[in-house]
Design a protein around this ligand. Sequence first.
Ligand code: ATP
Length: 250
Amino acid sequence: MSVETTPALDVIHLSVNFENGSGELQALEDVTFRVWPQEFVCLLGPSGSGKSTLLRVLAGLVPPTQGEIRFAGGRTPRIGYVFQQANLMPWRTVLENIMLPLELQGVPPDEARRQAQAWVERVGLNGFESAWPRDLSGGMAQRVAIARALIHDPDLLLLDEPFGALDALTRERMGAELLALWQAQRKTVLMVTHSISEALLLADRVLVFTPRPGQVSLDMPVPLPRPRSEELRYTMEFIHLARQLRQAIG
Ligand SMILES: Nc1ncnc2c1ncn2[C@@H]1O[C@H](COP(=O)(O)OP(=O)(O)OP(=O)(O)O)[C@@H](O)[C@H]1O
């Protein structure tokens, strides 16, 4: 945990209801937790427990029905968002997709290109600058999405099952790459995943959600030493933590 004393964000008694055809549906109920600067927090829970909804509330895309979110400094932070699908613009090359957030901020094109090129290298896509999204593998497309989410130097990175559509080996590799990026960039991260081992390899803390309406049923620190590698999976401590999470999910 960070030594800084101001939380990056405070989620306070948050409830979210949606109107659906037959009435109200409660997605989240009285959710309270805080996240510290530079912390990596994974959200685990059954399908429909409101994890994606929580990220959308944090991004300001869905209003809370009750409760509130407080961000450090009293203002909404700059946010990078990555979804299960890369959602790249098909008419833009890899480089042009990565530089988009800077263009939208009004950064001059040459400077935007220079920074995008640095990100191409950071996410291991050298040589693919001019490739089109349709020619990329799933893992490569997600690397573009991650670079695009980080290029504007967000304070908060929201990841909604970013590796959920990838095969198991690519997923492992992407997890390791994300960890290396996080170690270098030290963003505050909230990541939804369905994988217990992914959560344990990446997170400082794991929040487990109950079935709908989502509530936090377990807030578990992950005391595994860093840097972490896949080998950790075979240690007794890892297996013990994985069992605790499995039991909490039910
Ligand atoms: N815009 C919306 N309108 C109505 N209902 C919604 C809306 N968004 C989400 N829901 C409902 O809220 C509940 C929580 O959905 P959410 O996608 O947040 O869960 P989740 O935990 O992320 O699920 P999964 O793990 O399957 O992605 C679900 O029952 C979903 O159908």
